[in-house]
Write a protein that binds this ligand. Structure first.
Ligand code: UDP
Length: 243
């Protein structure tokens, strides 16, 4: 087993980045109750395995700022719309987790006090220490960013041991595996390789932040049952991006 994989074990602090699409059914749009329940089961298993779990949820199942602004909306407005829908997704996920008896707190980067807590780093860490799942919503709170960057920023802030990015494929490929059957799945990449080869992994900003703070990134297929739990148990699934 690789050194990095050995270091990943229960009681570690994990930031799990979930795209909004994970909450939807097959068409990738909206919020589907069955998808939510499946996701909550996976996160519950991770929680039961003693990890401190922080989630960052996207909003692509409802609105992505860049796409929406292409239809003529102002980009900043579209981005704020995108951030707000991540709060909607976070509330749906909180509900699904709490229906399984898991204490969960939503913390938003945009103040929305009647709905959830605002993000305060120290309070987030305290929640995690108390074994609550924290869902970071509203991205970074700034337009022109994505929730990938929010995930790496939060991972750095709360001193996470690993950032895991859930995807629909098995990891990072040399090309789009849906279009190119010869696309190669990488088991391991350095941050610099991921950046220089321009692989469709995460935003450049997100990877650079993790590189600067030496936070390993694991990209994996969320559709594989037990994947989250297996990662913290040291399984070498997906692609590991590290030094
Ligand atoms: N967004 C933003 N700033 C942030 C995070 C997100 O403006 O810090 C907006 C942006 O418009 C983005 C949308 O929120 O397209 C939804 O986030 P994202 O596209 O990352 O969601 P995902 O693709 O992961 O579902």
């Amino acid at each position: 087993m690789e050194a990095e994989a050995q270091a990943i074990r229960p009681n570690l602090r994990i930031v799990l980045k979930l795209s909004g699409e994970i909450l939807s059914n097959v068409d990738g749009y909206g919020i589907d109750r069955d998808a939510l329940t499946r996701l909550a089961d996976e996160i519950n298993a991770l929680h039961q395995a003693n990890a401190e779990v922080a989630l960052v949820i996207g909003g692509g199942n409802i609105i992505r700022g860049e796409t929406f602004s292409a239809s003529g909306a102002a980009r900043t407005t579209a981005d704020y719309m995108g951030m707000l829908v991540t709060v909607v997704n976070a509330l749906a996920l909180q509900d699904a987790l709490e229906s399984q008896g898991i204490d969960t707190r939503v913390m938003s980067a945009i103040k929305i006090d009647e709905v959830c807590e605002g993000y305060i780093r120290r309070r987030a860490v305290r929640h995690l220490e108390k074994r609550r799942i924290v869902i970071f919503a509203a991205g970074t709170g700034n337009p022109f960013f994505t929730t990938d960057t929010a995930a790496s920023l939060r991972a750095v802030e709360i001193e996470a041991d690993i950032l895991c990015k859930a995807t629909k494929v098995d990891g990072v490929y040399s090309d789009n595996p849906d279009l190119n059957p010869d696309a190669k799945l990488y088991k391991k990449l350095s941050y610099d390789e991921a950046l220089s080869q321009n692989l469709a992994v995460m935003d450049t900003t997100a990877i650079v932040l993790c590189r600067e703070h030496k936070i390993p990134i694991r990209v994996f297929n969320m559709k594989t049952r037990g994947a989250c739990e297996n990662i913290i148990k040291g399984s070498d699934i997906g692609t590991l991006i590290s030094i």
